[in-house]
Design a protein around this ligand. Structure first.
Ligand code: XIL
Length: 299
């Protein structure tokens, strides 16, 4: 196969990218994206501040732009994200307690109703665990509504759209030996044992020198999959874009039957949220980098 999407499809997987609505007018960008990928995650357009800028007033214009672009190019869409401590609109940041809990539920219902039946996956909850080595939850306004906020979000989501796959998504949970990884693993295990609806876990995989790729990532993917969830690499970018590391990550996914696909977090280095790290598969001129070839050959 001569594109990432077609190569991933050979094993029944997808290869996706984050798409930014603001770049859809850039034909160099849309040419590469339209050719190479078959799954799209809206980079910012389905986040809480974008979809519910005023409480109870939903706005799907940017989200629909990305959705329509993807579908018109034969791609599937991964919704991102319904409950998160970041990119909350001002009104939500100022809520707490039962008012915030109810606002989260209303938000999930409002956004999921609009996209009902249209998406392949939803990141229902994003980044709920702490980075402090405790393996516990991150402090946030949502966490302060009660420890059950995550399972409430998933139960609400299942009722709102029974056919979309519901995912928990986080970063720095790739290394099996990290406390944060264990914390998320134990949550998923608990959810599975109690029948809380969860279908998948997304490993963001933003690798850099402080949080590098570790070869036990494959073990992590295998162990989560063994709990009965799909796993996916959802926001891959690698500081410096080492071809070896990109190939290793690709091979880790291919080694796990329930690893459904890989999404890179942008098209060209110049599109990246951390463009100074040149972490992606295409350079700023749209040329394929060595990392691109390494991934394509691994797939
Ligand atoms: C980032 C976007 O790429 C930026 O454009 C935005 O300014 C901030 O958010 N984890 C996530 C993504 O789940 O939503 C984040 O995306 C990157 C880290």
């Amino acid at each position: 196969a001569s594109t990432l999407g077609a190569a991933a499809a050979q094993s029944g997987r997808y290869f996706g990218t984050a798409i930014a609505s603001g770049r859809l007018g850039d034909s160099a960008y849309t040419t590469i994206a339209g050719r190479e990928f078959n799954m799209v995650t809206p980079e910012n357009e389905m986040k809480i501040d974008a979809t519910e800028p005023q409480q109870g007033q939903f706005n799907f214009s940017a989200g629909d732009q990305v959705y329509n672009w993807a579908v018109s190019h034969g791609m599937q869409v991964r919704g991102h994200t319904l409950a998160w401590h970041n990119q909350q609109p001002g009104w939500m940041q100022s809520l707490s307690g039962s008012a915030l809990r109810q606002a989260m539920i209303n938000h999930i219902n409002g956004v999921m109703a609009h996209y009902k039946g249209k998406l392949a996956y939803w990141d229902v909850v994003n980044e709920a665990f702490a980075d402090d080595g405790s393996g516990g939850r991150r402090d946030s306004n949502l966490q302060r509504t009660g420890n059950d906020w995550i399972e409430v979000a998933f139960r609400t989501a299942r009722a709102a759209d029974p056919n979309v796959k519901l995912c928990y998504n986080d970063y720095n949970i790739e290394n099996w030996n990290a406390a944060k990884t264990q914390g998320v693993y134990n949550m998923v295990k608990d959810f599975k044992s109690r029948g809380v609806p969860i279908d998948c876990v997304g490993f963001q995989s933003h690798f850099n020198s402080g949080d590098p790729y570790n070869s036990n990532f494959r073990t992590t993917l295998q162990n989560f999959a063994a709990l009965g969830v799909d796993v996916a690499i959802t926001e891959l970018d690698i500081q410096g874009a080492s071809p070896t590391t990109y190939a290793n990550v690709t091979n880790d996914c291919l080694a796990v039957s329930r690893c459904v696909g890989i999404t890179v977090w942008g098209v060209r280095d110049s599109d990246s949220w951390r463009s100074g790290d040149t972490p992606l598969l295409f350079d700023g001129n749209g040329n394929k980098k060595a990392a691109y070839t390494a991934v394509l050959n691994a797939l």
